[in-house]
Ligand binder design. Structure first.
Ligand code: SAH
Length: 482
């Protein structure tokens, strides 16, 4: 086995030779071998030898190469890009190598590696595709063996397929966006219809199939922005969200996004409310995904407005996957998530030096099973926990955390309608938390923050949760019944 860090002493490159002169000094079998190799390229071959063998002479004619019938002279190398010293005579080869170096032309001397600037590979030629095998002199036999194997692996029509690909490249780059769409197209091109047609020798059908494939891969020019609308206050919208709203043809928004934010879009933009508020799902997630894809295909500029940050409990993952699959361009614009707005309303340090150095975004809806989810363990080890959609599971969350060992006295802050004028703040302990579930007066979205860092908040403008503790305790008892 070769060491993992083995370095190549000769590095393979592909050199441009189209129309360039390549000189071979020599008139025998070695010269013929190099001539055959170079004749696989579109270089202009120049063979320099006073006399040449019959076979080489025939090859020169056949390949349209030129023959300089004279004793070697340095002037014969002028204007070449590559030189082969293949005279079979050591003194001549040395002269050729020295002259080539002086002219700055790379040289290869047959069977004299010490004189070589470069080595020639064993070549699998499916022009424009080339596979060059080098062994740095470890053995031409090994190189030929590998060449044979690789040659068998590759379809003889690979070159035609690659040539067709090259002819379509410009069009593909113009019509398909970089990334997935292009990758998908080339995958189908090299493995699908066009490849099969080439394999069957039907070049013009391959071309037509490829053009059809290309046209059907062109994505709609629509664009979807998944935009975070923030927690509710219009002035917590980002400038980017605002600009996109003004550019949008269609605004697709959740129920939690206030009318005032939606209204920041163009007056003539189409507005499509899609739910979802607990209990009244206007559209299923699958329907929303399909709607976004459809609007994108129609070429619309869409703002998909989601409350808070679109990537936090917003099912943006599913929407992005649907758009990616459909090849529709999209972008994501972050927003102020509810936990941050609630913390700001409470002047609550989410991380607090020496008290809490991590935070958890969770829903509490994953506490139903038998085992504690990892976030509960984090809470016990001191993380600040922000519970989204936690009102209806408040008793469950509190009960399970206390059972797991979190102190019932752990501080809790609750904000309804964070960031909005009608916000309400409540403070208390984990033991008070179940009361949330039974409060009919809380009709807005509610954010619950639990942890020792909460003790650092400002409680001057908040009401105690404990006022409702008694009812809450009853609810907690109900919550744990099967
Ligand atoms: N993507 C949103 C969260 C959507 S889940 C975000 O990043 O904020 C919906 C939950 O978010 C609500 O049940 C509530 O817990 C919380 N929420 C959203 N807006 C809120 C607000 N203004 N005040 C308090 N909680 C809010």
């Amino acid at each position: 086995m070769s060491p993992a860090n083995a370095k190549l002493n000769a590095f393979p490159v592909f050199m441009r030779v189209e129309g360039e002169a390549v000189a071979i000094v020599g008139g025998g079998a070695e010269a013929l071998a190099k001539a055959r190799l170079i004749a696989q390229s579109s270089a202009a071959l120049r063979v320099i030898a006073p006399v040449i063998e019959v076979e080489l002479a025939a090859f020169i004619t056949e390949a349209g190469a030129s023959h300089v019938a004279a004793a070697y002279d340095a002037s014969h190398l002028e204007g070449t890009v590559m030189v082969f010293a293949a005279s079979g005579d050591e003194a001549t080869d040395r002269r050729v190598a020295r002259d080539a170096r002086r002219l700055g032309v790379p040289v290869n001397a047959v069977d004299r590696p010490e004189l070589c600037d470069f080595f020639t590979p064993a070549l699998v030629n499916r022009a424009p595709v080339a596979i060059a095998i080098g062994t740095e002199g470890a053995g031409p036999v090994l190189a030929q063996m590998l060449r044979g194997r690789i040659d068998q692996m590759l379809s003889p029509s690979l070159g035609s397929l690659a040539a067709l690909a090259a002819s379509l490249r410009g069009a593909v780059e113009k019509l398909l966006p970089r990334g997935n769409a292009r990758r998908r197209f080339w995958n189908s091109f090299f493995q699908g219809g066009p490849a099969h047609a080439i394999e069957a020798g039907e070049l013009s059908r391959a071309h037509d199939t490829a053009v059809d494939l290309l046209l059907s891969s062109v994505p709609a020019s629509g664009h979807i922005a998944l935009v975070g609308a923030g927690p509710g206050a219009e002035d917590l919208l980002t400038l980017r969200a605002h600009r996109l709203l003004l550019e949008a043809d269609v605004i697709v928004h959740d129920a939690l996004v206030p009318e005032a934010v939606v209204a920041m879009g163009r007056r003539d933009a189409e507005r499509l409310p899609v739910g979802k508020r607990k209990g009244c799902h206007t559209k299923s997630q699958a329907e929303i995904n399909a709607l976004l894809v459809e609007l994108g295909r129609e070429g619309k500029r869409v703002v998909r407005l989601k409350s808070g940050d679109p990537l936090v409990f917003g099912r943006a993952g599913e929407e992005m996957a649907a758009l990616r699959d459909a090849g529709i361009a999209y972008e994501v614009v972050p927003g102020v998530t509810a936990a941050f707005a609630a913390a700001a309303d409470f002047e609550l340090p989410l991380t607090l030096r020496g008290v809490s150095s991590s935070m958890v975004f969770t829903t509490g809806h994953d506490l139903k099973g038998n085992s504690l989810p990892d976030w509960a363990k984090l809470a016990i080890s001191g993380a600040t926990v922000a519970v989204y959609m936690g009102r209806s599971v408040a008793a469950e969350v509190a009960g399970r955390l206390i059972d797991a060992g979190l102190s019932p006295d752990t501080a809790v802050a609750v904000v309804e309608n964070a960031s909005l004028g009608n916000r309400r703040r409540f403070h208390g302990t984990l033991a008070d938390l179940p009361s949330l579930e039974v409060r009919a007066d809380l009709s807005g979205p509610v954010m619950t923050i639990i942890g020792d860092a909460v003790a650092g908040a400002n409680f001057e403008r908040s009401e105690p949760l404990a006022a409702h503790r008694h009812e809450g305790a009853a609810a907690a008892a109900e919550g744990v019944q099967p």
